[in-house]
Design a protein around this ligand. Structure first.
Ligand code: MTE
Length: 884
């Protein structure tokens, strides 16, 4: 296969003609070619007008995203809206649920979900023209079939089919207990019109023997365990009613690289994993596929099999009873969307909507919605757009025959909707949906957790929050690592998601508290005992202690997101408390690599209690990286309804805080009721030269009846004046030395002539420090462009000071753009509306993509993640971006 990939331009069927010569089949006789219409097509059938859905206008990506340029998929153009579920590579993505749903029945190929186990093969135009595949194994006439032959010698048909990944909705399973799979939201499915040839017709030509029971299929992707392959039953492939086909087009266009260019299998009604892409081999056998991906993927093992048991005992994987074949019945709510708000005052009705599907060609026969946790159910309307094609049977579309009229099988998703009086929503605490198929298979209330987290189909539940005159909705999860959703919230508050009541209080009002999953941070092969003397000799190559175990952080110094300082600060200390509070499960799982021994008993006795805060002190600056220092709360000012300015007095009146510009400090408090220790990083707002006190601006995460408040901010807000809390620091990878000079991980970075500063909400604080340092120094000619996103006007922090900087520095040195994400009628607001998105960034910072610029970003996770991919997309290099 050639190394030149298909160019970004796309060619429709006419171009296939150019590539494949004049071998295309003559158009079957027909009354009308539907594909000439670009939108829904209306025409007369037996005197009756019929409308069929045609694909929405596609806008197939033609450019390779910067994000992909450094990966093995640097030849694959893609759409930036797709949500990446496994980092940058391999490409496993789903569209945002809103985009998927708004596009309606057919999904444009650029938004169609993608599941790639590895790199996309390099396939060029010449490869397409010469493409062939084998039919081998238990057949009388083994043969090679070329794509040209497939198109010219077999009847071409088009059918609509929905592909669904078996992992659809897996994030909900991962929320209950981490499975061995990544976190799909509810958009792991998409629908297209597929054009090609029924597999049965092609197999018949090779004459399967009587012993043949399975069709094994193989792609040409090169994966760690060979090419991707799987099998289906031969009886399924040979049954024309089931629609198993070899497809070369979707929605009237050649397949895209991600979706199997130039030829893929489509198995309607079964999980997407059986629809092999980049097809090279069909092998008929009397036993199921032995391909690694068939054995170790796409199975639902018994719920009692733990991840450890599954990896130790391979017999589970070879048991055919656990293979997934047909899709199970499933549904989800799209409207209300996550975070959607509606006015609760209205006397009106709300139209709730969503999708449903079933497997094996079975039809969804009912969809029901409950507003009282399943005690009573209301029947929703179901719309099956697929049926419209049945009436248009035998018509010609994309030079093929629309082959639907005679089928009684269902290949696609359907849409449900129901009118609900707003007052009913207001009086309910949640809305749940369930679907049933024509075999009376019903979605269960409870989840069936399994080690691969597949086929998740419990009732889809959206929580309703009533706040004043508004109600807003909370979906169970958001895809990938995106924070949010009621499952995460309930779990963080100690609720047991498996208690049969979605983690809510039951019976005596007590919710069972679920134990956090234990992550193994040690290496069993490490047996060494380490003394306190040896531990403390390693200042330069920092050894530190977590839970009595000693770790060597040297190899991780440069990669640590908190900068090398934060590991060096831990050298020789027991940092169990802050390590446990701050680090994610993923970070914890990495620790076994750095485990070098255990601290001996004498060492533990010495270190124990070492963590008390020490009031000193003779030092001119307050902060110490290696010890907690107490400071006393002397004032708390209400800056706005949810923002407080806390002022703490330091150890001495002449002391400065000792915080380099752009760095942050740790604050440690005890929860007033539970006495739990809580730690968070903050950047103070006071000038670093201020003596005797430090000011910290904190946005409170206030709770409501149904939502717990932020632990740290609630504990801070509850602090009585004159109480003390502990500080430690500084920490951070970035430091601003002034006049364009920057240190990154303690090393000088390139000289900066312009900073683009992007922040959301309280993310302004570290940015504010840098901005102020620049504006207050007349000799500092560094320019700053600040994009500050907030929900409402009253949420904008430090607005007066920011305006003041523009006044001092002038608009050339300092440009500040505020944008508000929540609609409102704030009087006099002449600023921008909307979130910080690609358009805004391009408009205000697009011309600044140069080697001497740097971007500082601070805000909620979702903002940082979104901005990150936009910046890379716009041409910034990773090393120019700093995330606080
Ligand atoms: N075929 C090949 N060759 N390689 C793959 O990684 N993934 C499978 C299937 N076919 C895969 C493949 C899985 S698990 C799914 S869900 C579908 O492709 C997804 O199809 P799509 O990426 O076109 O949406």
């Amino acid at each position: 296969m050639s190394a030149t990939a298909v160019p970004a331009t796309r060619f429709k069927h006419a171009n296939l003609k150019v590539l494949l010569g004049n071998d295309l089949p003559p158009s079957p006789p027909a009354t009308e070619d539907l594909s000439s219409n670009s939108t829904d097509s209306a025409y007369i059938s037996d005197g009756e007008p019929v409308t069929i859905p045609l694909p929405p206008p596609s806008n197939i990506a033609t450019a390779v995203l910067d994000l992909d340029k450094a990966t093995p998929d640097s030849h694959v153009p893609r759409d930036h809206r797709l949500i990446r579920l496994t980092g940058v590579h391999p490409f496993n993505v789903e569209p945002p649920l809103n985009d998927l749903f708004e596009n309606g029945f057919l999904t444009p190929p650029e938004l169609f979900f993608v599941r790639n186990h590895g790199p996309v093969p390099q396939i060029c135009e010449q490869d397409v023209a010469n493409w062939d595949f084998s039919i081998e194994g238990l057949v009388e006439r083994p043969m090679m079939v070329s794509l040209k032959q497939l198109i010219s010698e077999f009847e071409q048909i088009t059918i609509p089919a929905t592909l669904v990944c078996a992992g659809n909705r897996r994030k909900e399973q991962n929320q209950v207990r981490k499975s061995n799979g990544f976190s799909w939201g509810p958009s792991g499915l998409s629908t297209a019109l597929f054009t090609g040839v029924l597999m049965s017709q092609v197999l018949q030509r090779a004459r399967p023997t009587r012993r043949a029971k399975f069709v094994c299929m193989e792609g040409c992707d090169k994966l760690p365990n060979g090419s991707y392959g799987t099998s289906i039953r031969l009886s399924l492939a040979m049954d024309p009613a089931k629609g198993v086909m070899l497809a070369h087009m979707m929605n009237g266009e050649q397949l895209t690289l991600d979706h199997g260019l130039p030829l893929r299998v489509v198995v309607p009604g079964q999980i997407g994993g059986r629809s092999v892409k980049w097809l090279r081999r069909l092998i008929l056998t009397d036993t199921p596929s032995e391909n690694w991906y068939h054995i170790f993927d796409n199975r639902v093992l018994p719920t009692s099999v733990s991840p450890e048991e599954a990896s130790n005992n391979h017999s589970w994987w070879k048991d055919e009873r656990y293979v997934i074949k047909d899709l199970n019945v499933n549904s989800a709510i799209a409207r209300p969307a996550h975070n959607e708000k509606v006015s609760a005052k209205e006397t009106d009705t709300y139209v709730a909507k969503g999708y449903a599907y079933a497997g094996g060609g079975r039809r969804v026969s009912r969809v029901e919605v409950s507003l009282d946790k399943g005690r009573t159910w209301r029947l929703a309307d179901i719309d099956y757009p697929e049926d419209l094609y049945r009436d248009a049977d035998d018509y010609i579309i994309y030079n093929s025959r629309l082959d639907m009229g005679w089928r009684d099988t269902c290949f696609c998703w359907c849409f449900w909707s129901i009118d609900i009086p707003i007052v009913d929503l207001k009086n309910a605490s949640d809305i749940v949906v369930r679907a049933m198929d024509e075999a009376m298979n019903l979605q269960p209330k409870d989840m069936y957790w399994s080690v691969l987290g597949m086929m998740n189909n419990p009732w889809f539940r959206v929580v309703i929050h009533a706040e004043g005159d508004e109600i807003w909705f909370e979906h169970p999860t958001l895809p990938a690592l995106m924070p949010g959703g009621w499952m995460e919230r309930v779990q963080a508050a100690g609720g047991d998601l498996t208690n049969g009541a979605w983690g809510e209080k039951i019976g005596d009002g007590q919710s069972v508290v679920v134990k956090a999953t234990e992550i193994k941070m040690t290496n069993d092969a490490v047996k060494r005992d380490i003394s306190i003397e040896e531990l403390q000799q390693h200042g330069e190559s920092p050894w530190f202690v977590v839970d009595g175990n000693v770790y060597d952080g040297t190899a991780y110094l440069n990669e640590h997101p908190g900068g090398p300082g934060s590991i060096i600060a831990a050298a020789g200390l027991d940092v169990t408390e802050e390590f446990t509070a701050i680090h994610s499960e993923v970070a914890k799982a990495m620790m076994s690599k750095y485990h070098i021994g255990s601290l001996d008993a004498a060492g533990r006795a010495v270190l124990h209690g070492n963590d008390e805060a020490v009031a000193d002190d003779d030092s001119p600056s307050f902060l110490d990286r290696r010890a907690w220092k107490p400071a006393t709360l002397i004032s708390k000012v209400h800056v706005s309804w949810d923002t407080r300015l806390f002022t703490f007095s330091l150890s001495r009146a002449d002391q400065v805080i000792g915080l380099p510009i752009g760095q942050h400090l740790l604050m440690r408090v005890r929860h007033p009721k539970t006495q739990e220790i809580i730690l968070r990083a903050y950047t103070p707002i006071s000038e670093t030269s201020k003596r005797g006190v430090v000011d910290v601006l904190v946005k409170l995460y206030l709770g409501s009846d149904t939502r717990a408040g932020g632990k740290m901010t609630m504990a801070l807000d509850a602090l009585p004046i004159h109480s003390t809390i502990d500080f430690k620091g500084p920490l951070g990878r970035f430091e601003y030395l002034g006049r364009g000079r920057v240190l990154l991980s303690d090393k000088p970075a390139h000289h900066v002539s312009t900073f683009v500063m992007i922040c959301g909400g309280s993310g302004i604080t570290p940015i504010f420090q840098v901005l102020r340092a620049i504006m207050q120094d007349d000799g500092d000619r560094t320019q700053c462009v600040v994009l500050d996103g907030n929900r409402r006007v009253e949420d904008i922090l430090c607005r007066q000071e920011l305006d003041g900087f523009v006044a001092i520095g002038g608009t050339t040195k300092c440009k500040i753009i505020h944008t508000l994400s929540q609609p409102g009628d704030e009087e006099g607001w002449s600023g921008l509306r909307g979130r910080i998105d690609q358009k805004l960034i391009r408009e205000h910072a697009g011309g600044l993509v140069r080697d001497d610029t740097m971007v500082l970003v601070c805000g909620p996770d979702a903002l940082e993640k979104n901005v990150h991919s936009i910046l890379l997309d716009e041409g910034w290099k990773e090393e120019q971006l700093v995330f606080f």
